[in-house]
Design a protein around this ligand. Structure first.
Ligand code: FES
Ligand SMILES: [Fe+2]
Length: 371
């Protein structure tokens, strides 16, 4: 099939890549359980005992703040007989997590601190039978976890993606993303494979068709070439546009450390496997994907602004509305493709036009990871 394609076209993955539960299970094992996974916003863990549970590959992971204020993450499984420890997505405990089954109790550092009749079992080591820890890193104000025994280099895989895209290691630091506050968070239930969402984010061939508001603000997007295919290039705002908002009106206060070269420009970064970062002068939009099944992905999207802007209750609705519309337009498109992945029309896949050819590298990356 491939050999019959004219040079303008490259093949995509076959349809089964987006529907086959066995392929999805392999992706969970070889991608999401091996790589750094952006789990929660650190600010969401307000104080010691605040917790979140997130699905990472096939595992439920418990992320919490410890007494010493550090963030810790564990497999959300009781070491006694395997009950899921926390069933809520978010919550707070005073000083320990107690299993609802036989009441084994774990400190915020994961250590086994109490269990019925534990004093009668002096040979049971409280660390050995503590919760199983997973690796944790904090960057951009997010908690990233890694389930691999030996995690890959965070510097290469995650920070490196930003450097590679922006062409300058300090460029992302100027947005001070870790110090920004969540002005708005929207959770999208997308009935599509996570790879369709990544592929869609990587190309702008669709921008002229489905993103009228975005192409008003970023006219070069109508040309179909995603700004992210050129290292260091940010798409420039249209001349009459004042801010990255749905109607081109002024946005919030500019992040003071953003450089003049970064002003009035939009940069997008894909951090494989599940994060997109969008940078504009006054806010940062971060997408985290949680792939739950071959045809089901939850996307949590945060709009981050300067703390003062959020605390003063400033109206950021026009900023939020622009990318919210883009999200809905994109996810609708992905959901329109998903059912077709099972069709005989897509058995050997589709094709990529030249402005999408870089998606071929993503397909190759997925294929290599699953081999
Ligand atoms: S399974 Fe948790 S205490 Fe028994
Ligand atoms: Fe899009």
């Amino acid at each position: 099939m491939t050999s019959e394609l004219p040079p303008s076209l490259l093949p995509t993955l076959p349809g089964s890549s987006y529907t086959d539960p066995q392929i999805f299970a392999r992706e969970q094992e070889r991608i999401f359980e091996q790589m750094w996974f952006c789990a929660v916003r650190a600010d969401d863990l307000e104080r010691p005992g605040s917790f979140r549970t997130v699905q990472v590959g096939r595992e439920s992971v418990l992320v919490t703040r410890s007494r010493d204020d550090s963030v810790k993450a564990f497999l959300n499984i009781c070491r006694h007989r395997g009950a899921r420890l926390c069933t809520q997505e978010a919550g707070e405990v005073k000083r320990a997590f107690q299993c609802p089954y036989h009441a084994w109790t774990y400190g915020l550092d994961g250590k086994l601190v109490a269990a019925p009749h534990l004093t009668g079992m002096p040979d049971v080591d409280r660390t050995t039978y503590g919760l199983l820890p997973v690796h944790v890193r904090e960057w951009l104000g997010y908690v990233w976890v890694c389930l691999a025994e030996e995690p890959p280099s965070f510097e290469t895989d995650i920070i490196g993606a930003a450097t590679e895209r922006l062409g300058d290691p300090s460029a992302i630091d100027r947005y001070q993303v870790d110090g920004l506050s969540v002005g708005r968070r929207i959770r999208y239930e997308v009935r599509a494979n996570w790879k369709l969402i990544v592929e869609n984010f990587m190309e702008c061939y669709h921008c002229a068709t489905i993103h009228p508001e975005l192409t008003e603000v970023l006219p070069e997007f109508a040309g179909g070439y995603a700004a992210q295919s050129y290292v260091g290039h940010g798409a420039e705002f249209a001349g009459e546009v004042q801010g990255f908002t749905v109607d081109g009106s002024a946005g919030a206060d500019r992040i003071p450390t953003v450089s003049d070269e970064q002003d009035r420009r939009y940069f997008a970064i894909t951090m494989k496997p599940q994060v997109f970062v969008n940078l504009v002068p006054d806010h940062v939009i971060v997408h985290r994907m949680y792939p739950l099944a071959a045809d089901h992905t939850v996307v949590e999207c945060d709009w981050l602004f300067l703390k003062d802007v959020v605390e003063a209750g400033r109206d950021v609705s026009r900023s939020v509305e622009l990318f919210h519309r883009v999200n809905v337009q994109d996810f609708d498109a992905c959901e329109r493709c998903q059912p077709a992945m099972d069709s005989r029309a897509y058995r050997t896949g589709g094709v990529l036009v030249p402005s999408e050819h870089h998606i071929g590298a993503f397909h190759q990356w997925v294929t290599d990871r699953l081999r």
